[in-house]
Ligand binder design. Sequence first.
Ligand code: ZN
Length: 564
Amino acid sequence: MVFVFLHELGHALIDLLDLPTVGKEEDVVDEFATWVFLKGAREADPQDAEVAIEALLLAAESWRLLWKGTEAELKRGKALPWWDEHSLDIQRYYNILCLIYGSNPGRSWPLVVRSEMPIERARKCEHEWPQKEKAWERLLAGKYVPEGQPRPPGEWGRFVFLYGEARSEFGRQLEEGMRQTGGFAQIVDALNEVLLLPPGEVPVIGKDCGFANAYWSSSEKKIVLCWEMFRFFLDAYVDELKRTAAGQGGEPPAPPGPAPQPAGLEMGPLGPHLRPGQDGPWSFAAERGAWIARNTSNPGNLWRIRAAGSEVPAGRRRFGVGLEMVADQGTRGAGLALGDQESGGAFYLLRTAQGPLELLREVREGQSVALATLQRWPLASPPTAPSRLELVEDGQAVEILVDGRSVGGLRDPGLGRGPIGIAAWGTGTFTFRGFFLADAAVGRPTPPPALAPAPALDLRIAGTWTAWPADAQGRRTTIQLQLLEDGRYLETSWLPTGLVQRVWGRWRTANSRLGLQPEGQDPWQSCGPQGCWPLPLPRPVDLVYRPMAGGALQIGPHLFYRGS
Ligand SMILES: [Zn+2]
């Protein structure tokens, strides 16, 4: 994202500062963006430098991914866009890699190996980098404040970051996230500190444009960053992650996590799994304690979510949810999800738009999933009236209650146990309220387990720690571990694939061992064409830790440094 911005900034500076360009401007501004990253990395401390280079690699990676898409089109007979003002995506990829390598051949050698860049090109990169560096430093001489020098007096122009209209859910989320973290506004402020622009304000606008692009408008003197462009790149990553996961036979990973769970959501054990945002045809929101799922486009899609930890065969359980539907042509129904998936017995108790309450069983035929109706119960109230669905389980049987009154029961070996949750099928707006899980034997919610005595904490190691382990291919993961003094921890990992993973829970120490007990994570679910499933929590770990000379801390196999 930052790369795209710096690319457009390059166009802006060429225009605003009337810089001469020899060569294709598109290549030139890619080089500019790369140079800014690498220059930043060189002036930062080693840890920030790694982060900057990771971000740059990620940008390069997106060109490689786009090229993979083009390759597929070429195979289908599409012509190569020779006429385009941009170099081919794959050339842009190698050009960025070339400069990264050239700026520090010793460190970046694994990169060349990994990218399959021929050694002949790599050798030339060692000369290309100093050339580009010299060019940019000369071009911009007198137009920026060199490091460590005071800003010359006088009136200078500045970039101003503005939020334009965000019409899509994705745009709104992106804007929300940026407003919280500073986002581009922060980058723009930092640039204003060093750039010496002609007087005046130059807007940088982030908004939904209706198309995926980012551009410098020379006539209006403004940079426009379309949120659709970021969506486009994000989708390319997610597709790639899915392909990689499919290739390894793993579960498709979830898209990067949406905003945290809203406060006040009253959905019992489902609460921790519910996050507002967009997922396939579904958009989710939390309002006044209720959970609202909306699907406007895909009448065939079934969304479901199950509470983690509810898969214990609990004997007599009682659970339920309040439901209200705004139905349309494509509405099928909504209600409770239940049953043991392992034995193939996934069931749904749905209030259908056609009227009756239905118990459906999921039938898997190879890759596809269909729902078969097992039983119907007519109901007096119209389907769109608010109602409350409840189930009382007893081993292999269930009793069904609507608005507190029993409407019938059913016996099936797959019923009466397994994970529980909610589901919505087809288009429409489905409002769920007050999901609960109780012990049917006593008729009240299961009490939380007795609190364990407060664990011992070695407060010497409280604080923020960062490690940069590399895998066999030299790809680095950044791991940040925050150990809070109140016993909570947050572990954030920036994976080489671009995925950010967060796990949080409780930490304790005893006999030079650090125990981490996960309680939550983000991404928290895995989504496929058939719906979404919560991902299992990582296992608790118990690792030897050892404070090292120089303030480092060894935890298990990794060496952590203080700070973020
Ligand atoms: Zn451009």
